[in-house]
Design a protein around this ligand. Structure first.
Ligand SMILES: [Zn+2]
Length: 266
């Protein structure tokens, strides 16, 4: 389709459509959809979509949470979360023992506007666990407090990086999940192996530090979940970012299941 050059009009009227984006998931067999909220932003009503997929043999499931697009201008994560859910729904065996809760659009107003910040002008990923009044943050904190997650994965894109990398925190085994995930994703996109990434010391694309206020498990969780933040190079082709994230997610689930069953057999 020919692109008409009216940038000001586009900015005002051509918001990214949340409904259009989420529609394919609403009809997905075996996936339960819920809308958290609602809440008001500048006179309009919004909610946070949550999709739950329960794999076979999951009477006492391993609960994994997947968060994307808390920065609204990083759509690769949202697209990857949707694709990953679809993949699991069409091949439920790959989700055996797992209960996956996916939050593909954590910043719906920023996603619509294609901005990092929410429409109220905040970087929501600096607001966690500091009594933020932002409704998106409060809803997600409630999920993190009550979800009994064994693992928390967050998807981002970094426009200053030429390669894929990740942050680890939480459980000590987390590094053993991210390492193979980056190796697998590194076949699709280059890995960032710089000694410093985003101002943090890094080793083989892994950062062991973090910003204050990022979406994370609350303090003193028992058991301590693994926490991974994946960052794709924002300027890489979108389809490769999405594919790399999906491959990384698949690897994390497989590796975690292996680690758990290994521990159970000791
Ligand atoms: Zn981000």
């Amino acid at each position: 389709m020919e692109k008409i050059d009216h940038p000001r009009v586009e900015a005002a009227t051509q918001r990214r459509s949340l409904q259009h984006f989420l529609e394919p998931l609403l009809a997905l067999p075996g996936v339960q959809s819920d809308l958290l909220g609602p809440f008001q932003t500048n006179g309009r009503e919004y909610s946070l979509p949550r999709f739950t997929l329960r794999g076979p043999n999951s009477s006492d499931p391993i609960r994994i949470a997947l968060f994307a697009a808390i920065h609204g201008d990083e759509p690769a994560g949202a697209i990857a979360a949707v694709r990953f859910l679809k993949e699991l729904a069409s091949d439920p065996g790959s989700a055996e023992n797992f209960l996956l809760q996916a939050y593909p659009i954590c910043n719906p107003t920023g996603f619509e506007d294609d901005t990092r910040h929410s429409r109220r002008g905040l970087d929501l990923n600096r607001e966690f666990w500091r009594a933020s009044p932002e409704p998106e943050v409060q809803l997600l904190e409630q999920e993190l407090r009550t979800g009994h997650f064994s693992g928390i994965i967050q998807l981002h894109a970094d426009d200053t990086s030429e390669g894929i990398y990740g942050f680890v925190r939480g459980h000590t085994l987390t590094e053993n999940l991210l390492r193979p995930a980056l190796r697998a994703a590194g076949k699709i996109l280059p890995r960032n192996v710089n000694a410093t990434i985003d101002g943090f010391a890094a080793r083989d694309g892994i950062i062991f530090d973090h910003y204050e206020g990022v979406l994370a498990a609350p303090a003193r969780m028992d058991p301590v979940p693994f926490e991974i933040i994946l960052e794709t190079p924002h300027r890489a082709p979108m389809d490769l970012q999405v594919e790399a994230l999906v491959v990384a997610l698949r690897t994390i689930l497989t590796e975690y299941r292996n680690l758990i069953s290994f521990a159970a057999n000791i």
